[in-house]
Design a binder for this molecule. Structure first.
Ligand SMILES: [Zn+2]
Length: 60
């Protein structure tokens, strides 16, 4: 077995140039105007679609 080859700083940094995280994409809730994840119930008011709103449990 050969000894492991040292990875140069430049190669390591080039590889990690694709590792950055991006912020989660959000849409505006049409009911209350706060940011919400698309295709999900609003975490602020529970709005899903016209005629459907889920009850949110109060945790405070
Ligand atoms: Zn909302």
């Amino acid at each position: 077995m050969l000894p492991p080859t040292r990875t140069p700083k430049a190669r390591k940094r080039k590889r990690r140039s694709h590792h950055a995280l991006r912020a989660a994409h959000t849409t505006m809730c049409p009911n209350c105007g706060s940011d919400k994840l698309p295709h999900a119930a609003c975490s602020n008011c529970g709005y899903v679609r016209p005629g459907l709103t889920i009850k949110l449990s109060k945790e405070d």
